[in-house]
Design a protein around this ligand. Sequence first.
Ligand code: PEP
Ligand code: MN
Length: 338
Amino acid sequence: MVIVIRGDAPQAEVEQIKEKLIKEHGIEIHESRGHNFHLLGIVGDTTTIDPHKIQAIRIVEKLIIVQEPYKKANRSFHPKDTVIDVLGQKVGGDTFSVIAGPCSIESRDDFVSVSEKIKASGGHFLRGGAFKPRTSPYSFQGLGDEGIEILKEAREVTGLPIVSELMSIDKIDTFVENVDIIQIGARNMQNFNLLKEVGKTDKPVLLKRGLSATIEEFLMSAEYIMSEGNENVILCERGIRTFETMTRNTLDISAVPVIKKHSHLPVIIDPSHAAGEWWLVEPLAKAAMAVGADGIMIEVHNDPQNAMSDGQQSIKPKRFDDLMKTLKGMASLVDKKI
Ligand code: PEP
Ligand code: MN
């Protein structure tokens, strides 16, 4: 962090700022002054310094932030890739993980049947929403607790770990007890109380990028979870809102290498919610593998035309099977195991 001081600032005021910063934040300050500049270089842990407060000081011309505000999620504090173990199934490192299943759990028979097909095609995790964040309050809201029971049954039948979205703190104990990865949806990416609560558990968390969140905001949300002690965070790029209307969202494919440059956390892509169209899922899934993602999360449904949510972007089990074959063929090119 570098503070640029105004040329006409009285030195007594500069001294006051320096003293306060050293006392409150335990940092070191290197002051340099030339004909045309006066700089205070802050060295040490600057995470507790609020940049807005510095910018509000009248003798401050501007503030240059050198270090990223996230610490636990930052690759410079943890150079090696994080690999998360979920019931013996790895996420991150040289593994490409495939999470698949319908948008919502609709009935026991349908869910178990599609889960068996996903397992047969080589999927690694089952997904299914029991509590659904729907835009309309009149749309199907999910089966709730009954859905969690169905998920557990599918795990028993297939042996695959289960992923489901937690929407509110009051259900956290149920999720910790019953699911293997807690999903935090795009709409809750900045529900900071929810993030802190999942941060107090030791369950792996799949954190989806908010609809209009920058990558830095996304990493700060991961930081919320990690700052409470839970470092098992998987990041999921699921498309962001742009001016484009031909797709449901715009898949920010560059988010994967950008996040990997700045963070050690595994990053996966959800091509289904990015695309919003079933025929776009396969090319985006291939792009995910090519760009270096650690996996994908895909909506698969036995009968998309009659799905209770997101049928338009769900692929059928046969297409999923073909996609898995394609991804298996591509994996060695990107040094991944699938
Ligand atoms: C989902 O994965 O079911 C979902 C609702 O996704 P998102 O939070 O990314 O919209
Ligand atoms: Mn969905």
